[in-house]
Design a protein around this ligand. Structure first.
Ligand SMILES: [Fe+2]
Length: 306
């Protein structure tokens, strides 16, 4: 009898641990059951209409918070239309505890205006062109200390055509890989699994040195973090059979018609709030009246769950 109680106490203790700890199957399966229960399977299911983006009602806040808890993302649909006021996405972010923006090269006060740019250095980077962008998480080339935990995209103006995003919760791909072979996860957690070669500009100056890092890592709070890019140039994968098999499976999953891959084009006043989910962007065309403008905000914190 006492040994049964001991086993139960043991189980309870491990349920409290991180589900992303490969040595903790109890926590993983408890979490998995809850995770997949009623998981949204259409982009419409993660859209939340809000009446004032700058000041959500308690009910609106809770719906967005709970969606982010479930799928690591939500889409708010405000009625600010093409109002270019940067305070709209900033105040939305602040309501979810996001206050430490990433200071990247193109950011002005932590906000990056994604539009087709004419100036020279921006034109060298795909986000500032109308070209498609392969699957990735933001900031995969950042140092371990500056990992992007959350990503917001706010639409001021969509393109005349195209500019659709695909979105996928990194925990879904984690589940798929762990289900196939837990050693895939182990391999992708190695700190030297992906290497992003140095960024050197035309003048030969080094903007960023070679960066090594894992795909999956466990944050101090037990949450999962993912770094990934589907690019085949400007990335070197560790030449290990397990790594290559895991990356191939990951790549293949991103090209399936999984119901967990959401696809949609943000409309004026709409935005994505996410824990840096996997995403891509289709190519687009602007015309005189429709020049695509999205604000991008990246933070070193996750979306608050309180
Ligand atoms: Fe991105």
């Amino acid at each position: 009898m006492s040994s049964v109680q001991t086993t139960k106490q043991f189980s309870e203790k491990y349920k409290l641990g991180s589900p992303f700890d490969l040595d903790n199957d109890i926590a993983y399966h408890a979490w998995l059951e809850n995770k997949m229960d009623d998981y949204p399977q259409a982009i419409e299911d993660i859209v939340v209409e809000v009446s004032d983006t700058k000041k959500l009602s308690i009910a609106e806040f809770k719906v967005i918070r709970d969606l982010v808890k479930k799928t690591n993302m939500a889409i708010y649909a405000g009625n600010t239309g093409s109002d270019p006021d940067k305070a709209i996405p900033v105040s939305l972010a602040n309501q979810f505890g996001l206050s430490l923006p990433d200071d990247n090269m193109g950011a002005d006060d932590g906000i990056t205006a994604l539009r087709v740019a004419g100036d020279e250095w921006r034109g060298e980077y795909i986000p500032y062109t109308n070209r498609s962008i392969h699957w990735h998480t933001d900031g995969y080339y950042n140092t371990a200390e500056h990992q992007i935990q959350s990503l917001l995209l706010h639409c001021v103006t969509p393109a005349a055509s195209g500019g659709e995003n695909a979105l996928l919760d990194p925990e879904i791909i984690y589940i798929r890989l762990r289900q196939e072979n837990p050693d895939y996860i182990r391999a992708l957690m190695e700190p030297d699994v992906m290497m992003i070669p140095a960024n050197i500009n035309k003048e030969g100056e080094m903007i960023r040195p070679d960066r090594y890092g894992p795909v999956f890592s466990m944050l101090p709070d037990g949450n999962l973090h993912m770094r990934y890019t589907a690019r085949t140039r400007s990335i070197e994968w560790k030449q290990d059979p397990l790594v290559l098999a895991a990356v191939a499976l990951l790549h293949d999953y991103l090209h399936t018609d999984s119901p967990y891959i959401y696809r949609g084009t943000l409309q004026p006043g709409q935005g994505l709030i996410s824990n840096n989910v996997l995403h891509d962007r289709s190519g687009f065309e602007d015309d005189d009246e429709h020049k695509r403008l999205l604000y991008r905000l990246r933070y070193y914190q996750r979306v608050a769950q309180a």
